[in-house]
Design a protein around this ligand. Structure first.
Ligand code: SF4
Length: 379
């Protein structure tokens, strides 16, 4: 079953490390909502298998940007438009990304009324010094309170984002961050190493000596701490950056990684079906203007067999299940299979990859190097 991703390109404040598409100006928000509602209608056939069928959604994901910044009224307009053309049921995993400072008791109640059944909360850290370094819009107190409030409002399926490798965050503080989520019984954690992306404020600050640089060794050490603690507390590392209790793995992410079709709407959103990828322009003003004239401002590409192979290797290697050898053979053929097995040898020797009868799986010591190992297996 397919999924839908909707990109809400507005944030309260610009986090220094962020390279997603967003704007802190809210000026065109009403026009954006109108445009998005219009795009939902324009894209109603993208996921259809037969002309008469209404696509039943396995997952619906509102990301961004900061979807929780929208009022319940604005969110309702989007959800109502979706209901017109797609079957959203109680079994649809409906996730909304939220920042702690937006989730008042009233907002949480409104989200429940809209059938949001999974919250993805951008905690990042429970320490104010880290939050200031990242220029997050919330405080550590709000980070703690939001967990209590979300649970009191009846949300059980909660995932929290954390960032490690932040300069100045000790290993002890990192342990405290993870333990805080565990203490609250949060069933899913996504944790990412702080990376300094090009053209971000963080990159400029570090270059000018105004912010401390990121230390790779600290990141690698804190990744190990993360794996160790989550493992001890019953979380499965089903993907390099994703840790879930049984029954709480993200269906949305799993669909991406297993090549299920999905439709992305809003500026910068990507879509995929049957070897074809499509992405909307990453410019909110152009997006609004084009949609209002009846055009979807997007580009498309048909993935070559090499691209499809590389994408499969990249995503499968990051999961706990690994690369299915027979799948490479049957889907891509002998040449790809031989290339993969040959390129894997040095990593098997270094014990960063493990070969079983059926799969190639990344080992614990290979996990922090996963992207480089995948690149070695590319065609
Ligand atoms: S809230 Fe999220 S999308 Fe917005 S600037 Fe921060 S990290 Fe980026």
């Amino acid at each position: 079953m397919p999924g839908i991703y909707i990109h809400i390109p507005f944030c309260r404040q610009a986090c220094h490390y962020c390279n997603f598409h967003f704007s802190v100006s809210q000026k065109r928000r009403p026009e954006f909502i109108q445009a998005l509602v219009q795009e939902i209608e324009m894209q109603k056939d993208f996921l259809k298998e037969r002309s008469s069928s209404t696509p039943a959604l396995k997952t619906l994901y509102l990301g961004g940007g900061t979807p929780s910044l929208l009022s319940i009224g604005e969110l309702e307009q989007i959800v109502n438009a979706l209901h017109k053309y797609f079957a959203v049921s109680a079994s649809t995993e409906f996730t909304l990304e939220a920042n702690p400072d937006d989730l008042t008791a009233e907002k949480l109640e409104g989200l429940r009324q809209l059938s949001v059944n999974r919250l993805s909360i951008g905690i990042q850290s429970f320490h104010d010094a880290d939050l200031r370094y990242m220029n997050r819009s919330h405080s550590s107190r709000q980070a703690v309170e939001v967990l209590k409030n979300a649970q009191n409002a009846g949300f059980e399926n909660i995932t929290a984002d954390l960032i490690y490798g932040t300069p100045g965050m000790s290993d002890h503080q990192w342990r405290e961050n993870i333990m805080q989520l565990i203490a609250y019984g949060i069933p899913h954690i996504s944790a990412y190493s702080l990376t300094v992306e090009k053209k971000t404020a963080l990159e400029v600050f570090i270059r000018k000596g105004k912010a401390a640089a990121v230390d790779e060794e600290q990141s690698a050490r804190q990744f190990e701490i993360l794996c160790e603690i989550t493992g001890k507390h019953g979380y499965e590392q089903y993907e390099i950056s994703n840790f879930g209790k049984p029954g709480f793995f993200s269906k949305h992410n799993l669909s991406y990684w297993t090549g299920q079709p999905y439709l992305g709407m809003g500026p910068s959103a990507h879509s995929y079906k049957q070897g074809m990828r499509q992405w909307n322009i990453a410019n909110t003003c152009t997006y609004i203007d084009e949609i209002s004239q009846g055009n979807i401002p997007c580009q498309k590409e048909v993935l070559s067999v090499d691209q499809q192979y590389n994408e499969y290797v990249m995503t499968a290697l990051r999961t706990q299940w690994g690369i299915e050898k027979s799948f490479i053979n049957t889907e891509f053929g002998q040449m790809y299979y031989q290339n993969m097995i040959q390129s894997a040898q040095k990593h098997i020797f270094n014990q960063t990859l493990k070969e079983t009868d059926t799969h190639l799986v990344i080992t614990q010591s290979g996990k922090f190097l996963a992207d480089g190992i995948a690149a070695d297996l590319f065609i």
